[in-house]
Design a protein around this ligand. Structure first.
Ligand SMILES: NC(=O)c1ccc[n+]([C@@H]2O[C@H](COP(=O)([O-])OP(=O)(O)OC[C@H]3O[C@@H](n4cnc5c(N)ncnc54)[C@H](OP(=O)(O)O)[C@@H]3O)[C@@H](O)[C@H]2O)c1
Length: 292
């Protein structure tokens, strides 16, 4: 049986990936106790001992605001550890699926970003993730980098859960309405990633022209304020009013991209894979919430 190494254990994407991959593959899941990405020197030995057929790395320093204070940790985990994983993959010709972010872009555009558009991160998190991408491509590893965005789910800390939690104690919420993106359900990421894994393993690796960078979000676009309203509709929360506010009225330590919609055509053209529209995926997530 082919062995997949999934790096990270309790994250949003890792949690849903475990659910969809377990049973169909020999899956080794490594939380930070098994593979600590902040200990870069230890990575090669752990990977050698595991000897996987394919590696999936959704693990990252994802605390966007904290990254401004903890720059060294962010670069160690998001760049240096990724470089070490990629070096192993290059040496062993092991396919790597790695996750990156819409925060590599400045967010000052108004049409969906292409993979060929020039990144210009505005904060430490985006810069560290961008340097992680570059380390992968420099290594020559057979790798696919999936840039996703606005990830939410019923697991972990995210906007979807925060809205539902706040609705339990409030009847008014102020939510930013001038940032536009594509909310992406971690369950949809996991389903589409599984399809990618199936193709790569069936082919026996990546074929010519398949390695590289792909945008990987749900389809469509909305604002945080309209996403909040949709979350309440899907979850039948009627006793709350969402007020749309501006980014200026909700300052954060790290600047957020105003517009971070990603053009997702390349992954469909290359692999025939797509994620659902954000509204459809939201209904899946809400159905999961209700089933809990
Ligand atoms: N969340 C978003 O809105 C968003 C948007 C765009 C892109 N992305 C990207 O998508 C990917 C998945 O995001 P997510 O929301 O699933 O992230 P998440 O829920 O914050 O999970 C982060 C994961 O990273 C692992 N991790 C952190 N530090 C580690 C360390 N030192 N050693 C080992 N593992 C470590 C955690 O491990 P443990 O389970 O052991 O704690 C956890 O599994 C990331 O690459 C992120 O950059 C996310």
């Amino acid at each position: 049986m082919k062995k997949i190494l999934l790096i990270g254990q309790n994250g949003q994407v890792t949690t849903y990936l475990q659910r969809v991959l377990a049973g169909d593959y020999e899956l080794e899941v490594m939380g930070r106790n098994d593979l600590d990405l902040s200990d870069v020197a230890s990575i090669e030995k752990v990977l050698e001992a595991c000897d996987p057929t394919l590696i999936i790395n959704p693990a990252a320093f994802t605390a966007v605001d904290l990254a401004e204070e903890q720059q060294e940790s962010a670069f160690t985990i998001n760049r240096d550890a990724v470089a070490a994983i990629a070096a192993y993959c290059a040496r062993r010709n092991t396919p790597l699926i790695h996750f990156s972010t819409d925060y590599v872009f400045a967010g000052d555009g108004d049409t969906p970003y292409l993979e060929s558009d020039t990144p210009a991160p505005t904060g430490v998190y985006g810069q560290s993730k961008l340097e992680g991408e570059a380390a992968i491509f420099d290594s020559g590893a057979p790798a696919i980098v999936l840039r996703t965005a606005w990830v939410y789910s019923n697991h972990g800390k995210n906007f979807y859960k925060t809205m539902l939690n706040l609705a339990e104690s409030r009847d008014q919420l102020s939510v930013v309405g001038d940032q536009i993106g594509a909310p992406t359900y971690a369950g949809s990421i996991a389903d589409a990633t599984k399809q990618l894994v199936e193709k790569i393993l069936l082919q026996g690796g990546l074929l010519d022209g398949q390695a590289g960078l792909y945008h990987f979000t749900c389809q469509g676009q909305t604002s945080w304020a309209d996403f909040a309203k949709a979350i309440f509709v899907e979850n039948e929360v009627n006793n709350i009013n969402v007020n749309s506010i501006t980014t200026k009225e909700y300052p954060t330590p790290a600047k957020r991209p105003a517009y971070s919609v990603l053009n997702v055509e390349k992954i469909t053209q290359t692999f025939g894979i797509s994620l659902p529209h954000w509204g459809t995926a939201l209904a899946y997530c809400a159905a999961e919430s209700k089933a809990r």
